[in-house]
Design a protein around this ligand. Structure first.
Ligand SMILES: [Zn+2]
Ligand SMILES: [Zn+2]
Ligand SMILES: [Zn+2]
Length: 785
């Protein structure tokens, strides 16, 4: 038998996931000699054996890969064989520049480790930092690639003999588990009361947390990617206190439970919900509340049919929550600030909110909030993509230059590209303050350093006043790279194109519904049909403009949008309409004058504002305390009532022209006449949802007749609404359309950076870069068309 030697290159998520010991075991069982090692490209193997054995070995490198790995490519070349080589070794320690390997996201505790921490005979009994190669932190502790203990915050701890033995043994499930630790050598926890210095350490610390929560206290708990604020979800006094101190008055608070059984006592679960809850990403899943659930006080999600639930995902959380416990577990921050993740910073910022702290001494290198998802017809609908998912790359259909995209103003994420890979950062937050800006800076720095990327250009939204755009301008000057601006809704559509790997030239009908986006005509867009591909778009249709008195003030006051809509429809402001009734006479006079003179009225085609107007007309909500609140309540009310056989959409009027428009005044007339006939809000909201779905279908049919495009994409924050998305999809599929929805990035502005990056890459590839050197001026591509 003739010996051959192959050098085999494996790329993908293959570091820190038990890939090398897997290769080692495979080589041993196949009786191959050689070695395997991690390097900055991924995993490199040299293996020696017969040609058949080597080919089979390569096949199994993919087919039997460990569950946490994500093998992209396996390439091999034949090299000179090495005489008298008998063993197969794992080589460690080699390092190279220019990392191409991917960083794994953080992974929830595995069942083996869970069993260990619950076994009194085990040396890791009740140890909150237990992990193995199949579980534990990754992205939040890594400082640089390749992923080695020295490149993580675990470098602060020296392994004891027992841990070292596990770490060095290829047959052990802790072989090269970088965060490997035990009570003897690893990080530890301690409990302190706010404003006091006395520490309670170790197991007693965990006990102190439980007691504090049981007594109605609020405890700031340092977890995997940052701090949570915890309290008993049954205790309405505690929850009220938390809301008060956190300045978060109505927005639903997420809860954590230990197991599925407890989850079922508070929420209704589909099979898909259950799979998602138990997945190793362990996101918060938005579920329908179980009616009359006693382990959840009303204040957790006031007036909402939904509740966000997460299963305990780290050993620390598993040790704190017992079956039956339901704890509020909300991000450790003050209203709009980023989440705290450093001990001193947390004590400083959270001491006025928390009665006590559970701290530990494992540093968090990268802050990472919990991810939030919904389930739509058995599929995942991301609402916030963060822990468990970031920074897994999204693969673009083509290669391109490296770019940096900074997203929009709210739900900010940043995105960097390398070749055909897009790395979307964890959720950063709303860009309202200095803290969030520096969080953005850290996230960008970390991604650029980690993957050794020097962006060719930086991309931002077209809005003139976004803080993220100002930040991008600074970046552009500092690094002498051109800055591009991308229209908000085009970026939404492009994010959908990117995640579905649609080839760059291909156009789709992009239905983009959201709250606010700066249009090329300087109006506020948000109810758009775009004919778009990855580099360009044309506005095909939109909701007719509604003049919004005071612009942004309308976002907080749906009643203002309602009054504007009534005014535009020529309907008198009568006290019999809830929206009018709740508006003080004085305010009405001011609004009326503003509308009559068109003074400080911003034209808006936003579907978000139309939802607001309808919510207020129906008496559902006149003032919101968080973004999307009115729409979410409308969805819940309609979902409870929906029985399609009884309901029909309202009549829709389309105004023809170069760009088609939906006449919303006709819709408002129909709704008001129903209200005056005392039709219930629920009935009207069901019909409204059906009407919006019908609009989507009607305009898409028109667009298909003209452009011969069969593919429709649904994107923008409005499509967080599962009911609307489902209705629209059914209607479109009935008309023979192929429908794209989001499953990887959120439809809201959390996905914007991905779309921006993809557009920037394509434009840079297609045209001379000079054309995009705007120097802060109005973008030139509008005139290009
Ligand atoms: Zn494990
Ligand atoms: Zn140890
Ligand atoms: Zn948007």
């Amino acid at each position: 038998m003739r010996m051959q030697r192959w050098r085999i290159r494996v790329t993908g998520v293959v570091q820190g996931v038990g890939y090398r010991p897997f290769v080692w075991r495979l080589a041993h069982s196949s009786r191959l000699s050689g070695w395997v090692r991690n390097d900055s490209m991924g995993v490199l193997i040299e293996a020696q054996g017969s040609r058949t054995e080597l080919a089979e070995f390569c096949g199994r490198l993919r087919s039997e890969a460990p569950s946490l790995s994500l093998v992209r490519d396996i390439l091999h070349e034949t090299i000179d064989s090495v005489p008298k080589e008998h063993a197969f070794r794992i080589n460690t320690g080699q390092k190279e520049a220019d990392p191409h390997a991917f960083v794994s996201p953080d992974v929830s505790i595995c069942s083996d480790c869970l069993a260990e921490i619950n076994d009194p005979a085990d040396r890791r009994y009740q140890y909150p930092f237990t992990n193995c190669t199949a579980c534990g932190p990754r992205y939040t502790i890594i400082t640089k690639l390749p992923y080695d203990r020295a490149s993580t915050t675990m470098s602060d701890f020296e392994m004891c003999t027992s841990c070292r033995r596990e770490y060095d043994n290829p047959a052990d499930r802790r072989f090269h588990a970088q965060p490997n630790a035990c009570p003897e050598c690893g990080p530890s926890t301690w409990f302190i009361k706010s404003g006091e210095n006395q520490e309670i350490r170790g197991r007693d610390a965990m006990q102190a947390v439980k007691e504090s929560v049981a007594r109605g206290g609020i405890v700031a708990i340092k977890g995997v990617g940052g701090f949570h604020l915890a309290c008993d979800a049954r205790n309405s006094e505690a929850v009220a206190k938390l809301r008060e101190r956190k300045h978060r008055f109505e927005k639903p608070l997420a809860v954590m439970v230990a197991d599925i059984a407890t989850c079922e006592s508070i929420a209704v679960l589909s099979d898909a919900d259950r799979v998602l809850l138990e997945s190793r990403q362990r996101p918060i899943v938005v579920l329908h509340r179980q009616e009359g659930a006693e382990s959840l006080c009303e204040l957790v999600a006031p007036g909402s049919d939904f509740v966000g639930v997460v299963l305990a995902y780290s050993p620390l959380h598993s040790l704190l929550l017992r079956p039956g416990d339901v704890w509020v577990m909300t991000s450790g921050n003050l209203s709009d600030e980023p989440i705290a993740y450093d001990n001193d910073d947390a004590i400083e910022r959270l001491r006025k909110i928390a009665d006590a702290f559970l701290l530990h001494d494992r540093r968090i290198e990268t802050v990472c909030d919990d991810s939030v998802l919904r389930v739509l017809d058995g599929e995942v609908l991301p609402i916030r993509r963060s822990r468990g998912y970031a920074p897994l790359p999204i693969k673009l259909p083509t290669d391109g230059p490296p770019v940096l995209a900074v997203g929009g103003e709210i739900k900010a994420t940043a995105c960097v590209t390398k070749g055909h890979h897009c790395f979307l950062s964890q959720h950063i937050g709303d860009m309202g303050n200095q803290e969030t800006l520096s969080a953005m800076e850290n996230a960008v720095d970390h991604l650029l350093r980690l993957y050794n990327i020097k962006p060719d250009s930086v991309v931002a939204d077209q809005h003139p006043n976004y803080l993220s755009s100002a930040w991008a301008e600074q970046f552009s000057r500092k690094h002498a790279v051109p800055m591009l601006r991308v229209q908000h809704h085009h970026a939404h559509v492009a994010s959908l194109l990117a995640e579905h790997s649609i080839v760059p030239e291909e156009k789709i009908i992009g239905v983009c519904f959201d709250g606010t986006g700066f249009g090329t005509d300087e109006a506020i867009w948000g109810g758009e049909w775009l004919i778009a591909n990855a580099s360009d778009f044309e506005r095909y249709a939109h909701l007719a403009y509604l003049p919004l008195p005071g612009g942004d003030a309308c976002i907080r006051h749906p009643s203002r949008s309602a009054l504007a809509a009534l005014y535009q429809a020529g309907i008198e402001w009568s006290d019999s309409l809830a929206s009018v009734f709740v508006t003080a006479a004085k305010e009405r006079t001011v609004l009326d004058q503003q509308l009559q003179r068109n003074f400080r009225c911003v034209p808006s085609s936003s579907m978000g504002r139309l939802f607001d107007a309808v919510a207020s007309l129906c008496g559902v909500r006149h003032v919101v305390s968080y973004e999307g609140q009115a729409a979410m309540e409308c969805e819940a009310i309609a979902a409870r009532k929906l029985d399609e056989s009884q309901f029909k959409p309202y009549d829709i009027t389309v105004i023809d022209g170069d760009i088609q428009q939906i006449d919303t005044t006709h819709l408002i007339h129909q709704i008001v006449s129903e209200l005056l006939r005392k039709r219930s809000a629920a009935d009207i909201l069901v019909r409204f949802h059906l009407t919006v779905a019908e609009m989507i279908a009607r305009i898409s049919l028109n667009a298909r007749a003209k452009h011969r495009i069969d593919r429709v994409g649904l994107t923008g924050g409005v499509f967080q609404n599962v009911l609307l998305t489902r209705l629209a999809r059914q209607r479109l599929m009935h008309e023979g359309f192929e429908v794209l929805t989001h499953t990887i990035v959120p439809p809201n502005d959390g996905g914007l950076a991905l779309g921006q990056a993809w557009i920037a890459q394509r434009r840079t590839v297609l045209l001379h870069r000079e054309r995009y050197l705007f120097g802060g001026e109005a973008p030139s591509y509008d005139q290009d068309r």
